[in-house]
Design a protein around this ligand. Structure first.
Ligand SMILES: [Zn+2]
Length: 166
């Protein structure tokens, strides 16, 4: 059967593959050229429709949706707990933080270090300290008291979600 000139999905047959009997050279709409077995183009069940780019697009679409679902889940959890877990679980201080410690800033008008923590989007002052290390300690204690239970609850929730998914 002469397939030259015929189109199958995204593929157009341009020549017989001289190196491989039973195979034809196809141009794909995406621009690549491939050698395909003639039978796999004409068979009824699951014929070849592209150079492989259709499959790649499906895989990347699934990947994109997974990323989208995960971020939707994160937003939903943050709203339910009224907490930004990406911030409270991060060890990194904010970019504009000059003390180098999360929740500690130096107040030059008072000459003191102030420790604070943001819980449920409200900033709570934890005190002012002459020594940086005391401010860091106060912040750490507040994290243990306020953030740790929230993080533990959220993690327990995602563990049971994984268990159900299995
Ligand atoms: Zn292609």
């Amino acid at each position: 059967m002469n397939l030259i000139g015929r189109e199958f999905g995204r593929l157009k047959v341009v020549a017989n593959d001289r190196a491989r009997p039973g195979y034809v050279i196809c141009e794909c709409k995406c621009g690549s050229k491939v050698s395909v077995r003639s039978y796999s183009l004409t068979k009824k069940q699951n014929p070849t429709q592209s150079c492989g780019c259709i499959r790649k697009e499906i895989v990347s679409e699934i990947g994109r949706r997974t990323i989208h679902d995960n971020s939707a889940k994160r937003i939903e959890t943050n709203m339910r707990y009224n907490t930004n877990f990406q911030i409270i679980e991060s060890e990194e201080p904010a970019k504009n933080n000059k003390s180098g410690y999360k929740g500690v800033w130096y107040d030059p008008t008072r000459g003191k270090y102030e420790a604070y923590i943001t819980l449920h989007r409200k900033k709570i002052c934890l005190g002012r300290f002459s020594k940086l290390e005391d401010a860091v300690k106060a912040r750490k204690a507040a994290e243990d008291e306020l953030f740790a239970p929230l993080i533990a609850a959220k993690r327990a929730e995602s563990r049971s979600a994984v268990a159900i998914a299995r």
